[in-house]
Design a protein around this ligand. Structure first.
Ligand code: ACM
Ligand code: ZN
Length: 609
């Protein structure tokens, strides 16, 4: 008998917060494919045991005539008891088919299935800052492995910033001789020094490192084998303290320390930028080169005679126009070498961005909405939602992280293409950490939706001092971004995802990653019902049960077990405390909420500071 089940059927069976979990017999695929029908039975082959073995056994057909049915990166995968077939229009599509195939493998063989799949976005990114703290080539390669498995196709490599210059440039050896090592590893300690001193590699206490050209070539080639493009980021005009240690004449004051912006009026700066970018372009075949563009402090420009003279000559009335001037020149230079420019969302102030330039939206969603509506290609990576260096669990109890609070559910809830006031308002509520009305929300005009070319999870490293912690901050949130980037919106389902994510969390652990174990406090949602309220509670970890109290005491194993929505009534406010338990022990933080019956509450992930 053929048993047919699709993910949407599972989704339909699961209610909002009391779902018992999906059918264990359905493979947990991440990102969820466009269409998947599972048949009874497995394909097994003598001698094959690992996912890689089964990949080798698959009959793979790459034929561009399929472009019409599966698109550039899509695939069809059919597994029967007799064999495995993957059809795709490109090698990338075939690669993604194999990644899905490997997720169908269990101890019983390969689950019989018919899958049609293609990505939602052409750009699916992970960003890594190796400047504030340095991570090894080996760690980068490991991340690329996971990116390939979860169908990411762009690695945004943040190679230069105030914390250190991380790429060998032959023409400017002092960038790495003097700018790749600093006198202190601890970020806050170093940042708060009177002068943020750099040093040489062999000085006592030196912290840092850089990638040689050989390292970079290896990384780029390793990525290409996984159909991942590596986008290098070289910061202009700001975030460049590490440059001026060796080349102080390139900022307005000619000083080594304390002025991190290039002088936009100094022709030697453009000579430097061109020469550096030439060496960078030689290493990175990427169509797009990222030039930073964010957060320039302009105070030195306003006092600089050369800058003032340039402003006079060009008829500029505000120092901020110097930023546009520099971005324009960088764009022109990259274009003249057949590359497109990318920058953080400050670049949309330039009115001369060409049709290939890409703005990376990081200050909320607003810049992305404005960019798309102006016909500028944009990648959505709003810091308040998709930065991995934000707290993933109660900021009062987690190791130090950046600013605010972005648990995995929030990352999953984000709508990267808000084409209605309601979806923009839902995003904006999460950006601001409080309810925002659709009446006040700008949104993307539906006909401009295609200008959102993708989604990116970004990893800044001020408070990520080592690789263990990097992994802790990235995984499993990485999985939410993978599904955001690949899966179509009608396939997204939080309840279904959280169980699949939990399966993959253990798979990632088994592959050796230091994965965050979902120990956040349970989420509480309160819905008004007349003069009473209905309370629903969801543990972050689907393996946990929730115990709660209504008298202000901390939940213990003997406290009430949450199994279905609870009615709260009476005139007085009620203090709810809820905690996850696994195997009779508390397995995470306590959530506390004081509720007045008759009122509603839902979590917009306030910063909790
Ligand atoms: C950024 O977070 N400064 C791009
Ligand atoms: Zn200047």
């Amino acid at each position: 008998m053929i048993m047919k089940k699709t993910f949407s059927l599972i989704a339909g069976l699961c209610c909002m917060m009391s779902c018992a979990g999906p059918d264990n017999d359905i493979p947990a695929l991440i990102p969820v494919p466009s269409e998947a029908v599972f048949h009874g039975g497995y394909y097994t082959a003598g001698g094959a045991s690992s996912p890689e073995d089964y990949c080798r056994l698959a009959e793979v057909c790459v034929d561009s005539v399929r472009y019409g049915s599966v698109g550039e990166e899509g695939y069809e995968l059919e597994v029967t008891r007799k064999g495995i077939r993957i059809n795709a229009a490109t090698e990338a599509g075939a690669f993604y088919g194999k990644q899905t195939l490997m997720q169908l493998v269990s101890g019983r063989g390969v689950r019989c299935a018919v899958i049609h799949d293609s990505p939602r976005f052409p750009y699916r990114g992970i960003h890594l800052d190796v400047s504030r703290h340095f991570f090894s080539k080996e760690e980068v390669l490991k991340i690329l492995d996971e990116m390939g498995r979860y169908k990411f196709n762009n690695f945004h490599f943040h190679l230069t910033d105030n914390g250190g210059w991380r790429i060998q440039i032959d023409r400017y050896p002092l960038l790495t001789e003097l700018g790749a090592y600093r006198v202190m590893k601890d970020w806050d300690g170093w940042w708060e020094m009177d002068s943020r001193l750099f040093c040489r590699k062999d000085d006592p206490g030196a912290y840092g490192g850089f990638f040689t050209k050989e390292d970079i070539r290896e990384i780029v080639a390793y990525a290409a084998e996984r159909h991942i493009n590596v986008i290098p980021e070289i910061e202009f005009p700001a975030h460049s303290d590490a440059v001026f240690v060796g080349y102080p004449h390139l900022n307005c004051t000619g000083t080594r320390y304390g002025n991190g912006e290039f002088c936009p009026a100094n022709e030697q700066v453009y000579e430097f930028a061109d020469n550096v970018l030439l060496e960078v372009m030689e290493l990175f075949p990427s169509e797009v080169i990222h030039i930073g563009g964010d957060e320039a402090r302009k105070h030195a420009w306003g006092k600089c005679p050369a800058c003032t003279e340039l402003m006079r000559r060009e008829g500029m009335t505000d120092v901020s126009e110097l930023q546009c001037y520099m971005i324009s020149r960088l764009q022109k230079f990259l274009n003249s070498h057949g590359r497109a420019m990318a920058g953080w969302d400050q670049i949309i102030v330039n009115d001369d961005l060409d049709s290939l330039s890409v703005s990376y939206t990081y200050r909320g969603q607003r810049g992305g909405i404005l960019a798309a509506n102006r016909g500028i290609r944009t990648v959505m990576t709003p810091g308040e939602i998709l930065y991995f260096d934000w707290y993933q669990a109660d900021p009062k109890q987690e190791p130090k992280a950046m600013y605010g609070y972005s648990p995995i559910k929030k990352m999953y809830a984000f709508d990267p293409v808000p084409v209605t006031p309601e979806s923009a308002a839902a995003n904006e509520s999460m950006v601001q950490g409080k309810y925002v009305s659709p009446d006040t929300s700008i949104f993307i005009r539906p006909e401009m939706a295609g200008y959102v070319i993708g989604v990116q999870g970004s990893t800044w490293a001020e408070y990520i001092p080592d690789e263990q912690h990097l992994e802790y901050m990235m995984f499993p949130r990485f999985l939410a971004v993978a599904e955001q980037a690949w899966s179509s919106p009608d396939r997204k389902d939080w309840q279904d995802f959280r169980y699949r994510m939990n399966v993959h969390r253990h798979i990632l652990e088994a592959r050796g990653w230091n994965v965050y174990d979902l120990h956040n406090a349970p989420e509480i949602e309160i819905t008004a019902s007349g003069d009473r309220s209905i309370m629903e509670i969801e543990p972050e970890n689907p393996e946990a049960e929730v115990r709660y109290t209504l008298d202000g005491s901390d939940p213990v194993i003997g406290s009430a077990l949450y199994s279905s929505p609870v009615m709260l009534s009476g005139d007085a406010p009620v203090t709810v405390k809820a905690a996850p338990f696994i195997g009779g022990r508390r397995a995470g933080y306590i959530r506390e909420l004081t509720v007045t019956p008759g009122e509603s509450y839902r979590d917009y992930y306030p910063y909790m500071d």
